[in-house]
Design a protein around this ligand. Structure first.
Ligand SMILES: [Zn+2]
Length: 679
């Protein structure tokens, strides 16, 4: 724990706590909502740690909405039912251009207006919720429920970093209710599913199911591990100011610190339709699923005039895009062996074009899924591809069966190495039990070289096939021992491409700890968790020494991850592997750490009094950046910092030719985080 010079006086503590909370809120917004951080993670951590230290010292100053209180430790017994401030109606839907023109016609007639100004927003395929704030502070968050009443899921919603626990002072909003849509980003969804598959759990069918399953989970700690996000799209209740337009409201919500999605103004329904067509292409590139576009009348007085039916408001409509679905035939079912030994059945399809890509394979996940769908080789099936999600088989078209379709049985032996493939207690997956199975080795090494891991371009499956089959590579560390001559032994590997690959492998040594941790393929440790571990430990040595208890104290790290990490590093084979990788020069520290530790191995001596620091504070600064401080000058001393009335040490330093810095230069050094060139 660092030394923060904690105030002893409670009033001073209160002041500093307020300051810190405000600053953390601001930086949260910059980081999570705007994706545009102003400070480094390290600097952010320091603010957070100081706040935690102060709150520990003065527990009476902890409030429920302090940034330190996002993740509750208590499990939820049952969700209470709460009433919404305003009824949550659903939206009227249309699947066609004509439906939209009819909607517009009804509105124009009712408002006696020839052209209506609309606001269009993407319709997130997520979960509707309401957030209620009093005195700018989050009081409650609830599911939509039946529209009038929903379930209180505040504890879970608080773990979502883009939901402000306290809103900005810059807005007039004080006591109000907002509506939003909870969703899981597509990449996070895929990561979650991969780790569930690794654990032998059933993957979620789509991001929407993953989000709704998560938000109603009984353990906030588990919720915090799954990266949910939210877009706020409406102000449903407000005690203060009335706004004139929907646009104005959205701007105000943004100002308050909410994450508001892109929106566009459109004059008249033809402009709306034009934009909807543009969005149909745009949506494929988003990292979240949208299933349509919401169209709202901009003028809020018109909302009152138009009113609502019992089901939906008359001033809004949702246009739904047609789902990307097609039928095709399953020509075969193949088995893939993954890096954990899991056998995955994959349907080989007669190729079709869906959502802009050619689809010729679809995962069937596991034997339970095959049974559930009752899928057979030769069946005609309905395939759906949503956004970036891998294609899914929705259902079998049984009416089209000819009678010659073949039932599929999962093999009880690994199709690659012939070892037994077993289904362990409670797991849906069948696994090859041979850890040396070539298929597993190939997959593990391929994962290590993946773009999001060590980013080794050119390490494709075909090459790996040869490297592993020729016994040239049995593990990651072997990659770093490869020579051009080794590679050239492999068929069709020329000098140029061999050199390029070796360059890539060499370059990967510098990728840093987060990518190493992800690349190692520790169960439950996806990219996100790897980053969190890196931010908290900075070096693999520190992570390897840690305990489950310490890990569980970290936001977003639950018991399963903690256990998995600790047991991975306990395993002798894994420790050996880390040693070998280190020996080969693979960097096992965070990049931040490498930058922050710019004084590593540098010995300091202080003499005389400094103006801005006590001796202890100055020493602490040096140590923080990896430097060392000794009390007397010796051969080891690199730098002497002179203050007022320096002692005899200065003379000795001059004799020894040691670099001398005055206080100003010392401060400059700490600010630049770079050794001065003359040193
Ligand atoms: Zn095998």
């Amino acid at each position: 724990m660092e030394n923060y010079n904690l105030p002893e006086d409670i009033e001073k503590a209160r002041e500093r706590i307020d300051e810190l909370r405000q600053s953390i809120r601001h930086h949260n917004y910059k980081y999570y909502v705007e994706d545009n951080p102003e400070i480094t993670d390290y600097e952010y951590d320091k603010l957070f740690e100081e706040l935690k230290a102060l709150e520990e010292e003065f527990p009476e100053l902890i409030t429920e909405n302090s940034p330190t209180q996002r993740i509750g430790s208590e499990k939820i017994e049952a969700f209470e039912t709460v009433e919404h401030k305003a009824k949550m109606l659903s939206l009227d839907k249309s699947h066609s251009e004509q439906g939209l023109r009819d909607f517009d016609k009804r509105i124009r007639k009712r408002l006696h207006n020839s052209q209506i100004e609309y606001i269009i927003e993407p319709k997130i395929d997520g979960l509707g919720i309401a957030l209620y704030y009093e005195d700018k502070t989050l009081l409650r968050g609830a599911t939509r429920g039946n529209g009038a009443k929903g379930e209180d899921i505040t504890a879970n919603l608080k773990t979502i970093m883009t939901i402000p626990l306290k809103i900005s002072t810059e807005t007039s909003l004080t006591t109000f209710e907002v509506r939003g849509e909870i969703y899981m980003p597509v990449d996070a969804f895929q990561e979650l599913n991969n780790s569930r598959i690794d654990k032998g759990m059933e993957p979620f069918a789509n991001p929407r199911n993953a989000a709704s399953g998560t938000v109603r989970h009984k353990d906030p700690k588990e919720v915090a591990e799954r990266p949910l996000d939210i877009f706020i799209y409406a102000l449903s209740y407000n005690e203060e100011q009335k706004f004139k337009t929907h646009l104005e409201t959205l701007k105000e919500l943004k100002k308050a610190g909410f994450k508001v999605n892109e929106y566009e103004k459109a004059e008249g329904i033809s402009a709306v339709i034009h934009k909807i067509n543009q969005w149909e292409h745009k949506k494929e590139r988003l990292n979240y699923e949208i299933d349509g576009i919401v169209i709202k009348v901009n003028d809020l007085t018109s909302h009152d005039i138009l009113g609502s039916t019992t089901h939906h408001p008359r001033w809004a409509i949702a246009y739904k895009y047609p789902p990307n679905r097609k039928t095709t035939r399953i020509s075969d079912i193949e088995i893939m062996v993954g890096r954990t030994g899991k056998l995955t059945p994959v349907a080989i399809l007669e190729p079709i074009h869906l959502a802009g890509t050619k689809v010729s394979r679809a995962s069937l996940h596991n034997e339970d899924e095959i049974k559930k769908l009752d899928v057979r080789i030769g069946d005609e099936v309905l395939v759906e591809k949503a956004g970036k999600i891998i294609p899914q088989i929705i259902k079998v078209i049984k009416e089209k069966r000819q009678g010659d379709e073949k039932k599929f049985e999962m093999p009880h032996k690994c199709p690659v190495c012939g070892s037994a493939a077993k289904r362990f207690n409670g797991e849906v997956a069948r696994k090859c039990i041979n850890a040396q199975c070539p298929a597993q080795i190939k997959q593990r090494i391929q994962h290590w070289g993946e773009r999001n891991a060590m980013n080794i371009d050119g390490l494709g499956p075909k090459l790996l096939e040869k490297l592993v089959d020729n016994n040239m590579v049995r593990h990651f560390a072997d990659l770093y021992k490869l020579k051009t001559s080794d590679l050239q032994k492999i068929e069709r590997m020329g000098e140029k491409s061999s050199e390029n690959l070796l360059k890539e492998i060499e370059k990967s040594k510098q990728e840093g700890l987060a990518r190493v941790l992800y690349g190692l393929g520790i169960p439950y440790v996806g990219e996100h968790i790897a980053r969190i571990l890196t931010e908290n430990f900075h070096t693999i040595d520190k992570l390897m020494e840690t305990s489950e208890i310490r890990l569980k104290q970290i936001n977003e790290i639950g018991p399963e991850i903690a256990q998995s990490v600790v047991s991975f590093f306990k395993e002798e084979k894994n420790r050996e592997l880390i040693e070998q990788l280190k020996k080969e020069g693979v960097k096992m520290e965070s990049k931040e750490y490498q930058r922050e530790q710019f004084l590593e191995g540098i010995y300091f001596v202080f003499t005389g009094a400094l103006d801005k620091y006590t001796r202890n504070e100055a020493s602490e600064e040096v140590r923080k950046f990896g430097g060392r401080v000794s009390s007397s000058v010796s051969k080891k001393t690199d730098i002497i910092v002179r203050g007022k009335n320096p002692g005899s040490k200065l003379e000795k330093a001059k004799e020894e030719g040691i670099t001398i810095l005055n206080e100003e230069q010392f401060i400059q050094l700490l600010e630049d985080k770079k050794m001065p060139s003359q040193v």
